[in-house]
Design a binder for this molecule. Structure first.
Ligand SMILES: Nc1nc2c(ncn2[C@@H]2O[C@H](COP(=O)(O)OP(=O)(O)OP(=O)(O)O)[C@@H](O)[C@H]2O)c(=O)[nH]1
Length: 385
């Protein structure tokens, strides 16, 4: 399964830091779904700003009533972290426009820092003894913790950590202030957290079930069941997304390959052996290609490959490598080999299905010439417009 190529666009990349990966991902799920579940509050501009402004207003009110050093510290830390968070947010959105996969680690770390300072700040409000701040801080915290749980339900461990970072300091502050009625919050704590925990997990289960269903039906639509390579439709979908960074035209080469003598294998050894050979050749081809190359089983014993960002010379080397690899795998079967038709395009700009279909047809013409030349070789041409 070309999982990397099938990955979700407009998504964070999988976290690289080990702790963050543990906190945010479930390795039992396909990468594509792990990515989809990472899309939390920070992907939505309105959600990010509503949380940020709620807390900023609270810090400003606190500061205007008590311009003490600790409230200044809270205000400045909130300002700095919110600025960093917003900066990252817009940076990510810009990167998505160019389909660059973006790192999740910093984004989620910034969110955790924000939750920590917010939790500590509201504890400060409780300890201040100022009833206005207490009345504003406590419901704000309950609302923020619940919103964090709901929006981050795709990452349950992280969501629960956020809830605790937001809510725990307030509860820990209760013994250090004189009002006995605030102990009610401490007593409510376990029930509140348990409720949020259950909500997070039921939303998480619903989301993963829905995503898994969609994932499997999409796989069926775009993958060849025998080799698990892309089928034609999957290949077109993926190949059409290829384009140079910043809209710079990209040189690409397209290979249309067809096994030689495959019918003989079927006729002599049976279809099951023929299927095994197709699978072996498919996986050997995948290994012989770069991760950016897009490989599909076109049908029968035909494979099509798009090589993005490659010179004609380098694509000839790839074609010869595939011919050698196939000959190597097929050496136990007489006559098995690979013929390839190559077409080179100097200025691929992406998203043009007609042009891509023309390139496939031209590569097919080259293949026809390779077959007529005696098979086991490649023939090439430059794109004819
Ligand atoms: N085992 C198996 N065989 C298949 C499958 N799909 C198509 N074929 C067979 O693949 C063969 C492809 O035909 P050709 O490409 O003409 O056979 P060839 O012997 O390679 O011919 P040349 O390309 O001229 O060398 C046919 O015999 C099909 O029945 C499949 O999924 N599994």
């Amino acid at each position: 399964m070309p999982d990397k190529l099938y990955m979700h666009h407009n998504a964070y990349s999988i976290p690289r830091w080990r702790f963050m990966y543990w906190l945010l991902c479930d390795s039992r799920l396909p990468l594509n779904i792990q990515q989809r579940l990472l899309l939390g509050p920070n992907t939505q501009t309105s959600v990010m700003w509503s949380g940020t402004l709620t807390v900023l207003v609270l810090t400003l009110i606190a500061l205007s009533r008590h311009p003490a050093p600790l409230f200044w510290l809270w205000f400045l830390a909130t300002l700095a972290i919110s600025g960093y968070r917003a900066g990252l947010h817009y940076h990510v959105k810009r990167q998505w426009r160019w389909r660059i996969v973006t790192p999740a680690d910093q984004i989620y770390l910034a969110n955790l820092l924000w939750s920590t300072t917010t939790g500590l700040g509201t504890a400060l409000c409780l300890l201040s003894g100022d009833p206005v701040l207490q009345v504003l801080a406590i419901p704000s915290m309950v609302a923020l913790a619940s919103a964090a749980a709901a929006f981050s339900h795709g990452t349950p461990r992280y969501a629960m950590l956020q809830v605790l970072l937001l809510d725990l300091p307030l509860k820990l502050a209760v013994p250090f202030q004189p009002e006995p009625w605030f102990w009610v919050f401490v007593l409510q704590g376990p029930f509140f957290w348990m409720g949020l925990h259950m909500m997070i997990h039921s939303l998480y289960d619903m989301s993963t079930q829905a995503l898994l269903g969609e994932y499997h039906s999409q796989r069926q639509a775009i993958l060849d069941p025998l080799t698990e390579l892309f089928n034609r439709e999957g290949w077109f979908r993926e190949a059409l997304t290829i384009r140079g960074p910043g809209r710079v035209p990209l040189p690409v080469s397209l290979l249309f390959s067809d096994l030689d003598g495959f019918k003989h294998v079927n006729d002599t050894y049976g279809h099951m052996i023929g299927d095994d050979l197709l699978r072996d050749i498919a996986s050997a081809m995948s290994e012989a290609l770069r991760s950016d190359d897009i490989l599909a089983r076109w049908g029968g014993d035909e494979f099509v490959i798009l090589l993005p960002g490659i010179s004609p010379e380098a694509s000839r080397t790839v074609a010869q490598r595939l011919i050698d690899t196939t000959a190597d795998i097929g050496r136990t079967y007489p006559g098995i080999g690979l013929s390839i038709g190559l077409v080179h395009c100097q200025n691929w700009r992406g998203m043009d299905r007609n042009r891509l279909e023309r390139l496939v047809a031209q590569a097919d013409q080259s293949l026809y010439r390779a077959k007529r030349q005696g098979k086991g070789c490649f023939q090439e041409l430059t794109e004819q417009v």
